[in-house]
Design a protein around this ligand. Structure first.
Ligand code: LLP
Length: 380
């Protein structure tokens, strides 16, 4: 990981995102090597970070693109991903987005409901096309992660429930403009307990066995993304354990001859290469604790406020003895707090603060609430 210091950044206005492209490349290389071992294909989930320089490296490294909006498809095409490397997922695709994807002949739509299947078929028919589709199936497997980023339970809005599958197949037999090429699963994000992926694999095996019994041959198995990263010790673990991750699927997923396995990793590829840099505006002494008030807030990084997510915070300027702070932003909301009771070297106005592991679901989730300027991104 690049050694960030206050000196590197004198003169740079804060807050800003810093991306370590070297680390990104090492991460991509590690993921690709391990996936190639088993012939697995990885589509990068653009929603985690869709900045151009980052996408470019991911595209050059040979990954496909997992998109969840028409604009993400546009961005992927503009970056150089081929249409046949693009999948379109999401529970609420608009007609305009579907039409755009059909016009560009993307590889596959991951479909989440019967009504969506009917609409894609209708729009494909109008364009005189056959749309390739995969069914996103809700496997009812608990990802043991934060409830806001769990997606594979029946109570979630995502995917088609297994009890609907017979009706779905009956419907597909009536829709000539759709070609079913596979099944798709994604059970949640920031999954660090790999046993969850073993459970997912076993469930996928059962489900595809059922498809075989219905005489449907599936060319593709898409097991989604979700591999977590180490937010607590980013320096020790800058690159996720892709070897262990892919090995779990290799061990437990029953891949049929000729079948291709797809993954949709987002966070694991980009989280560790990003850091949010911010300066201390004020130190405010409270009765019980001190507040370090930063010039970055929930407008730049909302994960701590939205999911109680932990991001490691370092003071890059001070090496004084530690004190305890609530590290907060400038936004007019009590929830605008990055972390409570953080031990930091004694912190003063203008110290440079690094908020780590901010490459995924960070800059992309920024807002201009309070009419704030967008924080720039810097790449090295
Ligand atoms: N495939 C599908 C269908 C997804 O919904 C997602 C993420 C991914 C793949 C990529 O998952 P990953 O490998 O990044 O875990 N904003 C939240 C995370 C939301 C994840 C949404 N779906 C956060 O900041 O933790």
């Amino acid at each position: 990981m690049l050694n960030l210091t206050q000196q590197n950044w004198n003169g740079q206005n804060t807050p800003f995102y810093f991306y370590d492209l070297n680390l990104l490349q090492q991460t991509l290389q590690a993921a690709r090597t391990e996936a190639n071992r088993y012939g697995y294909h990885v589509h990068y989930a653009l929603k985690a970070n869709s900045n151009e320089p980052i996408l470019k490296l991911i595209q050059q490294a040979g990954f496909g693109a997992d998109c969840v909006s028409g604009n993400e498809i546009k961005q992927a095409l503009a970056t150089g991903f081929r249409a046949d490397q693009i999948v379109f997922a999401g529970v609420g695709k608009s007609d305009a987005e579907i039409n755009f994807a059909l016009e560009h002949d993307i590889f596959c739509f991951n479909c989440e409901s019967m009504q969506e299947l009917e609409i894609i078929s209708e729009l494909a028919q109008q364009q005189n096309k056959i749309a390739r589709i995969a069914l996103r199936i809700n496997p009812n497997v608990n990802a043991n992660t934060h409830k806001y980023i769990t997606t594979g339970l029946e109570e979630n809005k995502f995917g088609i429930n297994t009890w609907e599958l017979a009706d779905v197949l009956a419907l597909l037999r009536r829709l000539p403009n759709l070609e079913l090429i596979g099944i798709h699963f994604h059970i949640g994000s920031q999954i660090t307990d790999l046993v969850v992926f073993e459970k997912l694999s076993l469930r996928v095996n059962e489900i595809q066995q059922w498809f075989r019994e219905q005489a449907f041959n599936l060319k593709h198995l898409n097991v989604g993304g979700g591999l977590g990263v180490d937010y607590h010790a980013p320096e020790e673990n800058p690159i996720p354990d892709f070897a262990a991750y892919f090995a779990i699927f290799n061990e437990h997923l029953a891949v049929q001859p000729g079948q291709v396995v797809h993954f949709e990793l987002g966070r694991a590829l980009v989280a560790q290469c990003g850091t949010l840099l911010s300066k201390v505006l004020y130190i405010k002494k409270g009765q019980k604790k001190n507040f370090a008030i930063l010039d970055a807030g929930m407008t730049e990084l909302i994960r701590p406020m939205l999911y109680q997510a932990y991001h490691k915070i370092d003071n890059l300027t001070s090496n004084l003895p530690e004190q305890v702070y609530d590290v907060v932003g400038p936004i007019c909301e009590s929830s605008d707090c990055f972390a409570q009771n953080v031990a930091l070297p004694e912190t003063k106005r203008h110290d440079l603060i690094a908020i780590r592991t901010a490459g995924a679901y960070a800059e992309v989730m920024a807002s201009n609430y309070n009419l704030r300027e967008k924080a720039p991104a810097i790449y090295k």
